[in-house]
Design a protein around this ligand. Sequence first.
Ligand code: ZN
Length: 83
Amino acid sequence: MIYTYAQLAWLCSEFGECPRCAGIPLHERVGPFLEELIVAVQEGRPGARLWWEPWELSEGQVFTVVDRINADHFGLILRNTIA
Ligand SMILES: [Zn+2]
């Protein structure tokens, strides 16, 4: 299970100076990051599912990521406290 929170605490800001992240919106970086983790999990535990619990991401960011990610071996955990 991957729990993400306080977006600027775990990924660079798109407005920062990081050459890999500058100008790239968060939702365009999270999906590929999660997909790489899914692949890594499959290598170690074939058939296992990676669960993602987004926290402090906007609804738009979460839905954009989920719409683009390959749903095989991926699960989404939502809390009722998310807006
Ligand atoms: Zn960065």
